[in-house]
Each structure stands twice: as C-alpha cells, then as structure tokens.
Write a protein that binds this ligand. Structure first.
Ligand code: PEP
Length: 252
C-alpha cells in the first residue's frame, strides 16, 4: 500500500485574466466539491492567487504559485517572495519548471535555493525536472535526471525532502501533444525513486509524490496515472479548459 499523496495539478502559465480565473475556479469548485481521494492544485498567475485562495477556501482545492524568488525581500525588481505567497494563503509553489529553466535561465543552483526557501517558509515545492528531446535521443535521460535531482535537492534534510512533490516533465512532451508512453514515464519515475533511496533512504523514496507532466489530457491520463510510481499529474494546456474539470471529475 503506498502512503503517498495523490495530486492532480494544473499549471496555467501566463493565461487567464482575474475574471477568467474566477469564472473557471467557480466551475471547478461546483463540480469537484469536497470529497475525493486525491488533491487538486491549481497554479494561476500571481495576480489571480488571492482570488483563487478565496474561491477555494472551503474546498480541498489548493493553490500554487508558478514561481518565487529565493531571497526574503529586497531590491529584486519584479520578483515575489515566499512570505508574500504565504500571506495570501498559498501553500504550494512550482519551482524549476522547464520554461523557467529554458526561457528564463534558471539553473539547478537557483532552483535549489528556491526549494530551500520554500521549505523554510512552509510552502510545498512542486519541483520540476525533465530531459530535452536531444538528451533522450542521446540516451542521456537518466544522467540529466540525476543531475537535476542531486543539485536541486543538495543540502536538504531527509525529513524536508519528504515534503517535496517532484514533477517529471520530459521537455519534449510539454505543450507538444506528444505524451510519454506510460512505460517511458514509469521507467523514469522508478529511476527517480531509486535515486532518492540512494541519496536519502527507502522511506524518503516511498514518501515522495512524483507527478508526470507533458500533454496530459482526459484521453491519455489513465494509463499513466495507474502506473505504480506515478502519483498523479501536472497538467499545462488541458488545465485551462473544461478538460481539467472533466479529468478531476473522472479521477474521483
Ligand atoms: C506543463 O507545462 O507543466 C505541462 C505539463 O504542459 P502541457 O500539459 O501543456 O504539456
């Protein structure tokens, strides 16, 4: 019996105005309600977080930020701190998303600092990792994953690692419609768990929720989310539409 938390998370990226966000969340809460076996997490833009926390207050839906800075405060124009997120009632933060890594130049070292800060402030990090297409084609998937996991979790205590959610998102599957097969995803998830058990211990490896992300939609979720090492999903494109509500509904 696995003791892990099962999660369906939606990453809205730079989409939806506050009004659109509110309309969507109202539809989601109306359909999902309270009772379900897994947790739903939505990650709107920073600007819609307060509203999202408000609208999900008496539900089991949690709210995530899509990023944050690793410093507490100061001269960091355009950045948002962990305390600012906490003060709104946000309790998750997506860190190291491939778009942050590849478009905004975030390194493993920066992501490690962010994960540490999130843990210090009692925000649950959703720590994203994943290989690019050329890396997979060169058979470097496990090497890339190993580096991202080791550097991302560097210096973090066992008990804190257990609080982290990892999202395996092969970059070639993000927003491309090209979903990893359940076998491809399961192989990497099992590898991540093996790494965690080597770096920490078996208990840590068995405790960490590992989500799959990359073109998940209602038509393809089942084979993926029923694999033993896949504990739910991080959904991008399909989280903006009714399909996310359908997914949360059929997964119940
Ligand atoms: C994502 O960006 O986290 C993601 C998984 O996107 P998509 O579902 O659109 O591939």
């Amino acid at each position: 019996i696995n003791k892990r938390k099962y999660i369906l998370a939606g990453n809205w990226k730079m989409n939806k105005t506050n009004l659109e966000a509110a309309e969507f969340i109202s539809k989601l809460t109306a359909k999902i309600g309270k009772e379900k076996k897994f947790e739903v997490v939505i990650a709107p833009t920073f600007l819609a977080l307060e509203k999202a926390v408000d609208l999900t207050a008496s539900t089991n839906i949690n709210v995530a930020a899509q990023n944050m800075h690793f410093e507490d405060k100061g001269a960091f124009t355009g950045e948002v701190s962990a305390d600012m997120l906490k003060s709104l009632g946000v309790n998750y933060v997506i860190l190291g998303h491939s778009e942050r890594r590849n478009i905004f130049g975030e390194t493993d070292e920066i992501i490690n600092k962010k994960i540490k800060k999130a843990l210090e402030k009692d925000l649950t990090p959703i720590f994203c990792i994943g290989e690019k297409l050329e890396e997979r084609e060169k058979d470097l998937t496990f090497n890339v994953i190993e580096k991202q996991v080791k550097e991302g979790l560097y210096g973090i205590e066992k008990e804190d690692v257990k609080k982290i959610v990892i999202a395996y998102e092969p970059v070639w599957a993000i927003g491309t419609g090209k979903v990893a097969t359940p076998e491809q995803a399961e192989e990497v998830h099992a590898y991540i768990r093996k790494l965690l058990s080597e770096m920490f211990d078996e208990d840590v490896a068995e405790s960490v929720t590992i989500l799959y992300g990359g073109s998940v939609k209602p038509e393809n979720y089942f084979g993926l989310f029923t694999k033993p090492n896949i504990d739910g999903g991080l959904v991008g494109g399909a989280s903006l539409k009714e399909s996310f509500i359908d997914l949360a509904d059929i997964m119940r």
